[in-house]
Design a binder for this molecule. Structure first.
Ligand code: BDR
Ligand code: CA
Length: 360
């Protein structure tokens, strides 16, 4: 029997009108937000325990469409990071996402890994099954360049490790800069470091790359220690994750248990959610408060190499030498190059995280 299009529409209207108004609104909302509206991201990572949390948050957030994963050395070697990324996309049944190997070392310094915080295998010593997914044969920075050109003004770069791959992509093809929608990175701090008094780990692990990325001229959001250190994953949230099960749920539960034990040995009440915080900002930017400022990366200081130096006043004095003394001839406004996250609604972020992972 042939059903005409108008008859089908009439039937649709009839069935819609017989529904409750709330249900109709929900239906209409779902029609107006097609999956293609999800934000396209390239996730650049050094997996890494909190990288694992961040990746699983990204893969389980309908607001995000992970187009590629590029691996950078940092927490672990490039080879170990690649293996970890492949095992995780396999666990999540997402072999459709290209996983590409990137740089093998920072631009100008020796790689220093951090198995102490991430376990001997980088994944909290949890042995995930061998990956069903295969590595993409392309070089990570080339994947970034190709995807940005394929979807101009649509791609968000989401680096949660040292910025080596992103810097290499910009250096190879600066024409990607105006075509990238936004960079949302986990790294930096304007209130002291976690590696030493001045520097945050991702920036410390490749300061020259970070300076290239901060000065590139694209919209950039810095999700640094000001966010992660406030968002502590405590036993309260761990218990919530322990009540539900699923392959991803159970993996993430074990990673967080490892991190909470480790933090506990230092007397901390919870584990800072560094990398997931950048993903959360991509999902919902209202979770954080931002302040626009100009950020430079210190590359030479004996005690400050790797520090992100943010101009919080938005201006500098114009000191001009008059004979043997300076005269302030004016005050120059400084153009911001970053939106620095300075505050977070920690509980809302942690609840979002738990709700996305529960039962997965
Ligand atoms: C950052 O350093 C790494 O150890 C974490 O994965 C995170 O990206 C926090 O400073
Ligand atoms: Ca990381």
């Amino acid at each position: 029997m042939r059903i005409s299009q108008s008859a089908t529409l009439a039937g649709f209207r009839r069935s819609v009108f017989s529904l409750s108004p709330v249900l109709v609104l929900a239906l209409l909302a779902s029609f107006s937000a097609p999956a293609s509206a999800a934000k396209k991201i390239i996730f650049d990572t050094d997996p890494g325990t909190d990288d694992a949390l961040a990746l699983m948050l990204a893969l389980n957030s309908p607001e995000l469409d992970v187009r590629a994963i590029t691996v950078v050395p940092g927490n672990v070697t490039a080879a170990m990071g690649l293996e970890n990324a492949l095992r995780m996309v396999s666990l999540a049944n997402r072999c459709d996402i290209p996983v590409a190997r990137g740089a093998q070392h920072p631009l100008f310094q020796k790689l220093i890994t951090a198995e102490f915080w991430h376990g001997k295998n980088g994944l909290a010593d949890i042995e995930l099954p061998a990956s069903k997914c295969k590595v993409d044969s392309r070089f990570g920075p080339d994947v970034i360049i190709q995807l940005v050109h394929a979807s101009p003004h649509e791609i968000i770069l989401l680096p949660v490790g040292p910025l080596t791959n992103i810097a290499l992509a910009v250096e190879k093809d600066p024409s990607i800069v105006p075509l990238v929608k936004e960079v949302i990175l986990m790294g930096g701090s304007i209130s002291g470091g976690n590696v030493n008094a001045a520097a945050e780990a991702n920036i410390y692990n490749d300061p020259e790359a970070a300076q290239i990325v901060f000065q590139a001229g694209w919209p950039l959001t810095m999700v640094g220690l000001e966010v992660g250190d406030q968002a502590l994953f405590t036993h309260k949230y761990l218990d919530q994750l322990g009540q539900t099960h699923g392959q991803i749920n159970d993996f993430i539960y074990s990673v967080l248990k490892f991190l909470l034990n480790l933090s506990g040995t230092f007397g901390a009440p919870g584990s800072p959610m560094y990398d997931p915080s950048a993903v959360a900002v991509a999902v919902d930017s209202t979770l954080v408060k931002v302040q626009e400022m100009h950020v430079d990366v210190e590359t030479r200081g004996e005690f400050t190499r790797g520090e992100t130096v943010g101009n919080r006043r938005g201006q500098v004095e114009r000191n001009v030498l008059h004979g043997d003394r300076y005269v302030i001839e004016g005050v120059d406004k400084i153009t911001p190059n970053a939106r620095v996250c300075v505050d977070v609604d920690a509980d809302r972020f942690l609840q979002l995280f738990v709700s996305r992972i529960r039962g997965k």
